[in-house]
Ligand binder design. Sequence first.
Ligand SMILES: Nc1ncnc2c1ncn2[C@@H]1O[C@H](COP(=O)(O)OP(=O)(O)O)[C@@H](O)[C@H]1O
Ligand SMILES: [Mg+2]
Length: 496
Amino acid sequence: MNFLDRLNTTIRSNQSLINVITFEENRFLTMLSESTLFKDKNIITWDLGDGFFPLKGDFGGIKNRDRTDPIICLQEIKKFKGNVIFVLRDFHLHFRESIILRSLRNLNHDLQFTKKTIILTTPSATLPLELREDISQLELELPAYAEIEKELDSIVVSAAQGKPPTPQLKEKIIESTLGLSMVNIKNLFSKIIITHGSIDERAIEIILLEKRGIIKKGEILEFFPVHESLNDIGGLENLKAWLRKRSQVFTRKAKDYGLPAPKGILIIGIQGTGKSLAAKATAGLWKLPLLRMDLGKVFGSLLGESEQNLRQAINLAETISPCILWIDELEKAFAGSSGSAGDGGTSARILGTFLTWMQEKTKPVFIIATGNDVAQLPPELMRKGRFDEIFFVDLPSNSERQAIFKVLLEKVRPVIRQFDLVKLADATTDYSGAEIEQIIYDAMFNAFDDNQREFTEADILASVNEIIPISRLMSEKIDGLKAWAAQRTRKANSES
Ligand SMILES: Nc1ncnc2c1ncn2[C@@H]1O[C@H](COP(=O)(O)OP(=O)(O)O)[C@@H](O)[C@H]1O
Ligand SMILES: [Mg+2]
Protein backbone atom coordinates (compact mmCIF):
# COMPACT_ATOMS: atom_id res chain seq x y z
CA MET A 1 0.00 0.00 0.00
CA ASN A 2 1.40 3.38 -0.86
CA PHE A 3 1.49 6.31 1.47
CA LEU A 4 -1.73 7.99 0.35
CA ASP A 5 -3.67 4.72 0.56
CA ARG A 6 -2.40 4.17 4.08
CA LEU A 7 -3.34 7.71 5.01
CA ASN A 8 -6.77 7.25 3.51
CA THR A 9 -7.35 4.01 5.39
CA THR A 10 -6.25 5.64 8.63
CA ILE A 11 -8.61 8.56 8.13
CA ARG A 12 -11.56 6.36 7.14
CA SER A 13 -11.03 4.20 10.20
CA ASN A 14 -11.94 7.18 12.36
CA GLN A 15 -8.48 8.10 13.52
CA SER A 16 -8.75 11.81 14.11
CA LEU A 17 -5.16 12.57 15.16
CA ILE A 18 -2.48 11.57 12.70
CA ASN A 19 1.21 12.36 12.73
CA VAL A 20 2.83 12.42 9.30
CA ILE A 21 6.58 12.20 9.56
CA THR A 22 8.34 14.03 6.75
CA PHE A 23 10.77 16.82 6.22
CA GLU A 24 9.20 17.38 2.83
CA GLU A 25 6.17 19.32 3.99
CA ASN A 26 5.42 20.92 0.64
CA ARG A 27 5.61 17.65 -1.20
CA PHE A 28 3.18 16.17 1.30
CA LEU A 29 0.73 19.07 0.89
CA THR A 30 0.89 18.81 -2.91
CA MET A 31 0.26 15.07 -2.78
CA LEU A 32 -2.63 15.59 -0.40
CA SER A 33 -4.35 18.31 -2.39
CA GLU A 34 -3.86 16.57 -5.75
CA SER A 35 -5.04 13.16 -4.63
CA THR A 36 -8.52 12.11 -5.69
CA LEU A 37 -8.83 10.07 -2.50
CA PHE A 38 -9.69 13.19 -0.53
CA LYS A 39 -11.69 15.04 -3.15
CA ASP A 40 -14.71 15.36 -0.89
CA LYS A 41 -12.66 17.07 1.81
CA ASN A 42 -11.57 20.62 2.52
CA ILE A 43 -7.90 20.90 3.35
CA ILE A 44 -6.91 23.70 5.70
CA THR A 45 -3.39 24.30 6.94
CA TRP A 46 -2.31 26.12 10.06
CA ASP A 47 1.07 27.36 11.16
CA LEU A 48 2.60 29.83 13.55
CA GLY A 49 3.39 32.32 10.81
CA ASP A 50 0.14 32.60 8.89
CA GLY A 51 -2.55 30.99 11.00
CA PHE A 52 -5.21 29.20 8.95
CA PHE A 53 -5.04 28.86 5.17
CA PRO A 54 -7.44 26.95 2.91
CA LEU A 55 -5.33 24.76 0.64
CA LYS A 56 -8.46 23.27 -0.91
CA GLY A 57 -12.01 24.49 -0.40
CA ASP A 58 -12.72 27.49 1.84
CA PHE A 59 -12.32 28.69 5.42
CA GLY A 60 -15.68 27.32 6.51
CA GLY A 61 -16.78 29.15 9.61
CA ILE A 62 -13.33 29.89 11.04
CA LYS A 63 -13.33 33.30 12.71
CA ASN A 64 -9.82 33.76 14.02
CA ARG A 65 -8.20 33.03 10.70
CA ASP A 66 -4.93 34.78 11.19
CA ARG A 67 -4.54 34.21 14.90
CA THR A 68 -1.36 32.27 15.47
CA ASP A 69 -2.04 31.09 18.98
CA PRO A 70 -2.01 27.27 19.02
CA ILE A 71 -4.74 27.13 21.67
CA ILE A 72 -7.09 29.27 19.60
CA CYS A 73 -6.23 27.05 16.67
CA LEU A 74 -7.43 23.97 18.52
CA GLN A 75 -10.58 25.78 19.70
CA GLU A 76 -11.46 26.75 16.13
CA ILE A 77 -10.96 23.18 15.00
CA LYS A 78 -13.29 21.99 17.71
CA LYS A 79 -16.02 24.42 16.60
CA PHE A 80 -15.55 23.76 12.88
CA LYS A 81 -18.41 22.05 11.05
CA GLY A 82 -17.69 20.12 7.86
CA ASN A 83 -15.68 17.48 6.09
CA VAL A 84 -12.12 18.59 6.55
CA ILE A 85 -8.47 17.74 7.02
CA PHE A 86 -6.49 20.22 9.12
CA VAL A 87 -2.76 20.10 8.55
CA LEU A 88 -0.93 21.67 11.48
CA ARG A 89 2.65 22.44 10.61
CA ASP A 90 5.43 22.32 13.18
CA PHE A 91 2.97 21.69 15.97
CA HIS A 92 5.54 19.59 17.79
CA LEU A 93 7.13 22.88 18.84
CA HIS A 94 4.20 23.30 21.24
CA PHE A 95 4.32 19.82 22.70
CA ARG A 96 6.17 21.10 25.72
CA GLU A 97 3.11 23.00 26.90
CA SER A 98 0.90 20.79 28.98
CA ILE A 99 -2.27 22.66 28.03
CA ILE A 100 -1.62 21.85 24.38
CA LEU A 101 -1.09 18.20 25.10
CA ARG A 102 -4.31 18.02 27.12
CA SER A 103 -6.30 19.92 24.48
CA LEU A 104 -5.06 17.61 21.74
CA ARG A 105 -6.08 14.55 23.70
CA ASN A 106 -9.51 16.03 24.37
CA LEU A 107 -9.90 16.93 20.73
CA ASN A 108 -8.99 13.42 19.73
CA HIS A 109 -11.97 12.24 21.71
CA ASP A 110 -14.30 15.01 20.45
CA LEU A 111 -13.43 14.46 16.80
CA GLN A 112 -13.82 10.72 16.80
CA PHE A 113 -17.19 10.47 15.10
CA THR A 114 -16.96 13.65 13.06
CA LYS A 115 -15.58 14.12 9.55
CA LYS A 116 -12.70 16.17 10.89
CA THR A 117 -9.12 14.96 10.88
CA ILE A 118 -6.01 16.63 12.27
CA ILE A 119 -2.68 15.87 10.69
CA LEU A 120 0.46 17.03 12.46
CA THR A 121 3.46 17.17 10.17
CA THR A 122 6.77 16.74 11.96
CA PRO A 123 10.30 16.11 10.72
CA SER A 124 11.00 13.27 13.12
CA ALA A 125 9.11 10.52 14.87
CA THR A 126 9.39 11.51 18.50
CA LEU A 127 6.08 12.02 20.28
CA PRO A 128 5.60 12.90 23.91
CA LEU A 129 4.61 9.93 26.03
CA GLU A 130 1.19 11.45 26.73
CA LEU A 131 0.26 11.43 23.07
CA ARG A 132 1.56 8.09 21.96
CA GLU A 133 -1.70 6.26 22.43
CA ASP A 134 -3.83 8.85 20.71
CA ILE A 135 -1.86 9.48 17.57
CA SER A 136 -1.32 7.24 14.56
CA GLN A 137 2.03 7.78 12.92
CA LEU A 138 2.66 7.48 9.21
CA GLU A 139 5.93 8.08 7.51
CA LEU A 140 6.00 9.68 4.08
CA GLU A 141 8.58 7.72 2.16
CA LEU A 142 11.03 9.50 -0.04
CA PRO A 143 9.95 9.89 -3.66
CA ALA A 144 9.66 6.62 -5.55
CA TYR A 145 10.77 5.72 -9.04
CA ALA A 146 7.67 6.88 -10.92
CA GLU A 147 7.58 10.26 -9.21
CA ILE A 148 11.24 10.92 -9.99
CA GLU A 149 10.80 9.73 -13.56
CA LYS A 150 8.03 12.27 -14.07
CA GLU A 151 10.33 15.01 -12.82
CA LEU A 152 13.27 13.90 -14.96
CA ASP A 153 11.08 13.69 -18.07
CA SER A 154 9.83 17.22 -17.55
CA ILE A 155 13.40 18.49 -17.10
CA VAL A 156 14.58 16.70 -20.24
CA VAL A 157 11.72 18.22 -22.25
CA SER A 158 12.23 21.72 -20.95
CA ALA A 159 16.02 21.64 -21.26
CA ALA A 160 15.83 20.35 -24.84
CA GLN A 161 19.57 20.59 -25.23
CA GLY A 162 21.85 17.83 -26.35
CA LYS A 163 20.67 14.27 -26.88
CA PRO A 164 18.01 12.95 -24.51
CA PRO A 165 19.41 10.25 -22.22
CA THR A 166 19.09 6.63 -23.35
CA PRO A 167 16.58 4.50 -21.43
CA GLN A 168 19.45 2.74 -19.65
CA LEU A 169 21.03 5.99 -18.55
CA LYS A 170 17.69 7.38 -17.49
CA GLU A 171 17.11 4.36 -15.30
CA LYS A 172 20.58 4.61 -13.78
CA ILE A 173 20.03 8.30 -13.00
CA ILE A 174 16.64 7.73 -11.41
CA GLU A 175 17.99 4.85 -9.36
CA SER A 176 20.90 6.86 -8.08
CA THR A 177 18.58 9.63 -6.87
CA LEU A 178 16.45 7.22 -4.86
CA GLY A 179 16.83 8.14 -1.23
CA LEU A 180 16.89 11.88 -1.78
CA SER A 181 14.05 14.28 -1.13
CA MET A 182 12.12 15.76 -4.04
CA VAL A 183 13.51 19.22 -3.36
CA ASN A 184 16.99 17.75 -3.43
CA ILE A 185 16.32 15.89 -6.64
CA LYS A 186 14.88 18.95 -8.39
CA ASN A 187 17.91 20.99 -7.38
CA LEU A 188 20.23 18.25 -8.56
CA PHE A 189 18.60 18.02 -11.97
CA SER A 190 18.91 21.78 -12.43
CA LYS A 191 22.52 21.63 -11.28
CA ILE A 192 23.26 18.92 -13.84
CA ILE A 193 21.70 20.99 -16.64
CA ILE A 194 23.57 24.11 -15.55
CA THR A 195 26.90 22.29 -15.24
CA HIS A 196 26.82 20.12 -18.34
CA GLY A 197 24.10 21.62 -20.51
CA SER A 198 22.45 18.25 -20.96
CA ILE A 199 21.72 15.04 -19.12
CA ASP A 200 24.45 12.53 -19.86
CA GLU A 201 26.72 10.04 -18.06
CA ARG A 202 28.31 12.78 -15.98
CA ALA A 203 25.02 13.29 -14.16
CA ILE A 204 25.69 10.19 -12.03
CA GLU A 205 28.82 11.74 -10.59
CA ILE A 206 26.98 14.86 -9.47
CA ILE A 207 24.29 12.74 -7.84
CA LEU A 208 26.78 10.55 -5.96
CA LEU A 209 28.55 13.66 -4.73
CA GLU A 210 25.26 14.95 -3.34
CA LYS A 211 24.66 11.68 -1.52
CA ARG A 212 28.10 11.95 -0.07
CA GLY A 213 27.10 15.31 1.38
CA ILE A 214 24.34 13.69 3.41
CA ILE A 215 26.68 11.13 4.89
CA LYS A 216 29.09 13.65 6.33
CA LYS A 217 26.55 14.39 9.01
CA GLY A 218 26.65 10.82 10.32
CA GLU A 219 29.62 9.55 12.24
CA ILE A 220 29.23 5.83 12.36
CA LEU A 221 28.93 5.70 8.61
CA GLU A 222 31.68 6.91 6.41
CA PHE A 223 31.31 7.50 2.72
CA PHE A 224 34.18 5.60 1.21
CA PRO A 225 35.48 6.91 -2.11
CA VAL A 226 35.96 4.07 -4.59
CA HIS A 227 38.62 3.88 -7.27
CA GLU A 228 38.88 0.10 -7.41
CA SER A 229 37.42 -2.28 -9.94
CA LEU A 230 37.47 -6.05 -10.30
CA ASN A 231 40.61 -5.67 -12.40
CA ASP A 232 42.48 -4.69 -9.26
CA ILE A 233 41.95 -8.12 -7.77
CA GLY A 234 44.30 -10.89 -8.78
CA GLY A 235 42.64 -14.31 -8.53
CA LEU A 236 39.44 -14.85 -6.51
CA GLU A 237 37.71 -15.79 -9.76
CA ASN A 238 34.74 -17.49 -8.10
CA LEU A 239 33.95 -14.45 -6.01
CA LYS A 240 34.41 -12.16 -8.99
CA ALA A 241 32.11 -14.30 -11.15
CA TRP A 242 29.45 -14.22 -8.41
CA LEU A 243 29.68 -10.45 -8.21
CA ARG A 244 29.68 -9.99 -11.98
CA LYS A 245 26.57 -12.08 -12.33
CA ARG A 246 24.79 -9.75 -9.96
CA SER A 247 25.88 -6.39 -11.29
CA GLN A 248 22.40 -5.63 -12.67
CA VAL A 249 20.60 -6.88 -9.66
CA PHE A 250 19.45 -3.57 -8.22
CA THR A 251 18.02 -2.38 -11.49
CA ARG A 252 14.35 -2.04 -12.18
CA LYS A 253 14.54 -4.72 -14.86
CA ALA A 254 15.83 -7.25 -12.34
CA LYS A 255 13.02 -6.31 -9.99
CA ASP A 256 10.36 -6.57 -12.68
CA TYR A 257 11.82 -9.92 -13.65
CA GLY A 258 11.12 -11.04 -10.10
CA LEU A 259 14.66 -11.39 -8.84
CA PRO A 260 14.94 -10.96 -5.08
CA ALA A 261 17.34 -8.19 -4.05
CA PRO A 262 20.48 -9.82 -2.63
CA LYS A 263 21.05 -9.25 1.09
CA GLY A 264 24.76 -9.42 1.31
CA ILE A 265 27.83 -11.57 1.66
CA LEU A 266 30.24 -12.45 4.41
CA ILE A 267 33.86 -12.84 3.37
CA ILE A 268 36.06 -14.82 5.73
CA GLY A 269 39.77 -15.41 5.43
CA ILE A 270 43.15 -14.61 6.89
CA GLN A 271 44.32 -11.05 6.76
CA GLY A 272 45.86 -9.58 3.65
CA THR A 273 44.07 -11.81 1.17
CA GLY A 274 42.02 -9.06 -0.46
CA LYS A 275 38.75 -9.09 1.48
CA SER A 276 38.59 -5.34 2.00
CA LEU A 277 39.76 -4.87 -1.56
CA ALA A 278 36.86 -7.02 -2.74
CA ALA A 279 34.37 -4.82 -0.89
CA LYS A 280 35.73 -1.72 -2.59
CA ALA A 281 35.88 -3.37 -6.00
CA THR A 282 32.24 -4.45 -5.69
CA ALA A 283 31.16 -0.86 -5.21
CA GLY A 284 33.22 0.04 -8.27
CA LEU A 285 31.71 -2.76 -10.33
CA TRP A 286 28.12 -2.07 -9.31
CA LYS A 287 28.62 1.71 -9.39
CA LEU A 288 26.99 2.11 -6.01
CA PRO A 289 28.03 4.32 -3.10
CA LEU A 290 30.14 2.47 -0.55
CA LEU A 291 29.37 3.20 3.10
CA ARG A 292 31.70 1.85 5.70
CA MET A 293 30.17 1.22 9.08
CA ASP A 294 32.42 1.53 12.07
CA LEU A 295 30.78 -0.84 14.53
CA GLY A 296 33.23 0.24 17.21
CA LYS A 297 31.58 3.65 17.15
CA VAL A 298 28.12 2.15 17.43
CA PHE A 299 28.80 1.19 20.99
CA GLY A 300 27.97 4.39 22.82
CA SER A 301 28.66 4.78 26.45
CA LEU A 302 25.15 5.38 27.70
CA LEU A 303 22.64 2.64 28.23
CA GLY A 304 20.43 2.32 25.18
CA GLU A 305 22.56 4.70 23.18
CA SER A 306 24.21 1.98 21.13
CA GLU A 307 20.97 0.66 19.71
CA GLN A 308 19.89 4.15 18.83
CA ASN A 309 23.23 4.73 17.11
CA LEU A 310 22.82 1.58 15.08
CA ARG A 311 19.23 2.45 14.16
CA GLN A 312 20.34 5.87 12.96
CA ALA A 313 23.13 4.41 10.88
CA ILE A 314 20.75 1.87 9.36
CA ASN A 315 18.23 4.59 8.52
CA LEU A 316 20.92 6.64 6.89
CA ALA A 317 22.10 3.69 4.82
CA GLU A 318 18.52 3.05 3.74
CA THR A 319 18.18 6.69 2.77
CA ILE A 320 21.28 6.50 0.63
CA SER A 321 20.26 3.15 -0.89
CA PRO A 322 20.82 1.56 -3.29
CA CYS A 323 24.23 1.29 -1.72
CA ILE A 324 26.75 -1.11 -0.28
CA LEU A 325 27.16 -1.21 3.45
CA TRP A 326 30.61 -2.45 4.31
CA ILE A 327 31.35 -3.75 7.76
CA ASP A 328 35.04 -4.45 8.00
CA GLU A 329 36.48 -6.90 10.51
CA LEU A 330 33.16 -7.89 11.95
CA GLU A 331 34.66 -9.93 14.77
CA LYS A 332 36.05 -6.81 16.43
CA ALA A 333 32.58 -5.63 17.25
CA PHE A 334 30.83 -8.87 18.01
CA ALA A 335 33.56 -10.72 19.81
CA GLY A 336 31.77 -10.46 23.13
CA SER A 337 28.21 -10.96 22.04
CA SER A 338 27.74 -14.63 22.83
CA GLY A 339 29.57 -14.94 26.10
CA SER A 340 29.04 -13.03 29.29
CA ALA A 341 31.38 -10.32 28.14
CA GLY A 342 30.51 -7.96 30.93
CA ASP A 343 29.15 -5.19 28.75
CA GLY A 344 25.67 -5.62 30.17
CA GLY A 345 24.59 -7.54 27.09
CA THR A 346 24.97 -4.54 24.83
CA SER A 347 26.82 -6.33 22.07
CA ALA A 348 24.30 -9.16 22.16
CA ARG A 349 21.46 -6.66 21.79
CA ILE A 350 23.24 -4.82 18.98
CA LEU A 351 23.76 -8.13 17.25
CA GLY A 352 20.07 -8.90 17.66
CA THR A 353 19.03 -5.55 16.19
CA PHE A 354 21.40 -6.05 13.32
CA LEU A 355 20.24 -9.58 12.56
CA THR A 356 16.60 -8.56 12.66
CA TRP A 357 17.28 -5.77 10.25
CA MET A 358 19.13 -8.12 7.91
CA GLN A 359 16.22 -10.49 7.98
CA GLU A 360 13.55 -7.89 7.38
CA LYS A 361 15.15 -5.15 5.33
CA THR A 362 13.39 -4.31 2.10
CA LYS A 363 15.56 -1.42 0.95
CA PRO A 364 18.41 -2.23 -1.45
CA VAL A 365 21.27 -2.08 1.01
CA PHE A 366 23.80 -4.78 0.13
CA ILE A 367 25.95 -5.79 3.07
CA ILE A 368 29.54 -6.84 2.65
CA ALA A 369 30.96 -8.00 5.94
CA THR A 370 34.50 -9.22 6.28
CA GLY A 371 36.15 -11.18 9.04
CA ASN A 372 39.54 -12.67 9.82
CA ASP A 373 38.67 -14.90 12.69
CA VAL A 374 35.61 -17.11 12.70
CA ALA A 375 36.28 -18.36 16.19
CA GLN A 376 35.33 -14.92 17.47
CA LEU A 377 32.25 -14.52 15.33
CA PRO A 378 28.84 -15.23 16.82
CA PRO A 379 27.43 -18.38 15.19
CA GLU A 380 24.00 -16.71 14.72
CA LEU A 381 25.56 -14.52 12.07
CA MET A 382 26.50 -17.48 9.98
CA ARG A 383 23.23 -19.32 10.14
CA LYS A 384 21.70 -20.09 6.74
CA GLY A 385 19.61 -17.35 5.27
CA ARG A 386 21.36 -14.41 6.91
CA PHE A 387 23.81 -13.74 4.13
CA ASP A 388 23.28 -14.84 0.54
CA GLU A 389 26.65 -16.47 0.64
CA ILE A 390 29.64 -16.92 2.92
CA PHE A 391 32.87 -16.84 0.98
CA PHE A 392 36.15 -18.17 2.20
CA VAL A 393 39.27 -16.53 0.84
CA ASP A 394 42.22 -18.87 0.90
CA LEU A 395 45.87 -17.95 0.45
CA PRO A 396 46.45 -17.37 -3.25
CA SER A 397 47.35 -20.37 -5.40
CA ASN A 398 50.34 -20.28 -7.71
CA SER A 399 48.35 -19.00 -10.67
CA GLU A 400 46.63 -16.47 -8.41
CA ARG A 401 49.97 -15.17 -7.22
CA GLN A 402 50.96 -14.65 -10.82
CA ALA A 403 47.78 -12.66 -11.34
CA ILE A 404 48.41 -10.63 -8.17
CA PHE A 405 51.98 -9.80 -9.21
CA LYS A 406 50.67 -8.76 -12.60
CA VAL A 407 47.99 -6.46 -11.15
CA LEU A 408 50.30 -4.88 -8.60
CA LEU A 409 53.28 -4.45 -10.92
CA GLU A 410 51.11 -2.88 -13.60
CA LYS A 411 49.99 -0.38 -11.02
CA VAL A 412 53.49 0.87 -10.21
CA ARG A 413 54.82 0.46 -13.75
CA PRO A 414 51.94 1.10 -16.15
CA VAL A 415 54.32 1.12 -19.09
CA ILE A 416 54.74 -2.52 -19.95
CA ARG A 417 57.72 -4.16 -18.37
CA GLN A 418 58.49 -7.81 -18.53
CA PHE A 419 58.67 -9.71 -15.28
CA ASP A 420 58.81 -13.46 -15.08
CA LEU A 421 55.53 -13.94 -13.25
CA VAL A 422 55.97 -17.70 -12.99
CA LYS A 423 59.26 -17.32 -11.23
CA LEU A 424 57.86 -14.71 -8.86
CA ALA A 425 54.85 -16.88 -8.03
CA ASP A 426 57.03 -19.94 -7.45
CA ALA A 427 59.07 -18.01 -4.91
CA THR A 428 56.07 -16.82 -2.91
CA THR A 429 54.17 -19.92 -1.85
CA ASP A 430 52.01 -19.15 1.24
CA TYR A 431 52.35 -15.39 0.84
CA SER A 432 49.18 -13.29 0.84
CA GLY A 433 48.34 -10.52 -1.62
CA ALA A 434 49.17 -7.89 0.97
CA GLU A 435 52.55 -9.51 1.56
CA ILE A 436 53.27 -9.64 -2.15
CA GLU A 437 52.50 -5.93 -2.29
CA GLN A 438 54.91 -5.40 0.59
CA ILE A 439 57.62 -7.39 -1.22
CA ILE A 440 57.26 -5.25 -4.34
CA TYR A 441 57.53 -2.04 -2.33
CA ASP A 442 60.58 -3.33 -0.48
CA ALA A 443 62.26 -4.12 -3.79
CA MET A 444 61.46 -0.65 -5.07
CA PHE A 445 62.84 1.01 -1.92
CA ASN A 446 66.04 -0.97 -2.14
CA ALA A 447 66.60 -0.14 -5.81
CA PHE A 448 65.74 3.50 -5.28
CA ASP A 449 68.18 3.65 -2.39
CA ASP A 450 70.83 2.19 -4.69
CA ASN A 451 71.38 5.25 -6.89
CA GLN A 452 67.74 5.36 -7.87
CA ARG A 453 68.14 2.57 -10.37
CA GLU A 454 65.11 0.77 -11.78
CA PHE A 455 64.05 -2.27 -9.72
CA THR A 456 64.34 -5.75 -11.19
CA GLU A 457 63.00 -9.23 -10.74
CA ALA A 458 66.11 -10.05 -8.75
CA ASP A 459 65.26 -7.22 -6.33
CA ILE A 460 61.81 -8.67 -5.84
CA LEU A 461 63.14 -12.19 -5.30
CA ALA A 462 65.62 -10.87 -2.78
CA SER A 463 62.84 -9.12 -0.82
CA VAL A 464 60.81 -12.31 -0.56
CA ASN A 465 63.14 -13.61 2.10
CA GLU A 466 62.93 -10.45 4.14
CA ILE A 467 59.33 -11.15 4.99
CA ILE A 468 58.05 -14.16 6.87
CA PRO A 469 54.46 -14.71 5.78
CA ILE A 470 52.00 -14.79 8.67
CA SER A 471 50.61 -18.01 7.29
CA ARG A 472 53.78 -19.66 8.49
CA LEU A 473 53.47 -18.15 11.93
CA MET A 474 49.93 -19.31 12.35
CA SER A 475 49.70 -22.41 10.22
CA GLU A 476 47.70 -24.33 12.81
CA LYS A 477 45.11 -21.65 13.06
CA ILE A 478 44.83 -21.51 9.29
CA ASP A 479 44.34 -25.24 9.04
CA GLY A 480 41.53 -24.95 11.55
CA LEU A 481 39.97 -22.12 9.58
CA LYS A 482 40.17 -24.13 6.37
CA ALA A 483 38.54 -27.16 7.94
CA TRP A 484 35.76 -24.95 9.26
CA ALA A 485 35.35 -23.23 5.90
CA ALA A 486 35.23 -26.46 3.91
CA GLN A 487 31.94 -27.33 5.63
CA ARG A 488 30.22 -24.02 5.52
CA THR A 489 31.45 -21.71 2.85
CA ARG A 490 31.84 -21.22 -0.84
CA LYS A 491 35.35 -20.79 -2.21
CA ALA A 492 36.26 -17.29 -3.32
CA ASN A 493 39.30 -18.66 -5.13
CA SER A 494 38.82 -20.74 -8.27
CA GLU A 495 39.36 -24.49 -8.04
CA SER A 496 42.64 -24.67 -9.92
N1 LIG B 1 43.99 -10.80 -4.50
C1 LIG B 1 44.64 -9.62 -4.49
N2 LIG B 1 44.87 -8.97 -5.64
C2 LIG B 1 45.52 -7.80 -5.67
N3 LIG B 1 45.96 -7.17 -4.56
C3 LIG B 1 45.77 -7.76 -3.37
C4 LIG B 1 45.09 -9.00 -3.27
N4 LIG B 1 45.01 -9.35 -1.97
C5 LIG B 1 45.61 -8.34 -1.29
N5 LIG B 1 46.06 -7.38 -2.12
C6 LIG B 1 46.79 -6.16 -1.76
O1 LIG B 1 46.88 -6.10 -0.36
C7 LIG B 1 46.20 -4.98 0.16
C8 LIG B 1 45.52 -5.32 1.47
O2 LIG B 1 44.52 -6.27 1.24
P1 LIG B 1 43.12 -6.20 2.00
O3 LIG B 1 42.05 -6.25 1.00
O4 LIG B 1 43.11 -5.06 2.93
O5 LIG B 1 43.19 -7.56 2.81
P2 LIG B 1 42.18 -8.10 3.92
O6 LIG B 1 41.02 -7.19 3.99
O7 LIG B 1 41.82 -9.46 3.43
O8 LIG B 1 42.97 -8.16 5.17
C9 LIG B 1 45.23 -4.59 -0.92
O9 LIG B 1 44.92 -3.23 -0.87
C10 LIG B 1 46.02 -4.93 -2.18
O10 LIG B 1 46.92 -3.91 -2.50
MG1 LIG C 1 40.66 -5.98 5.58
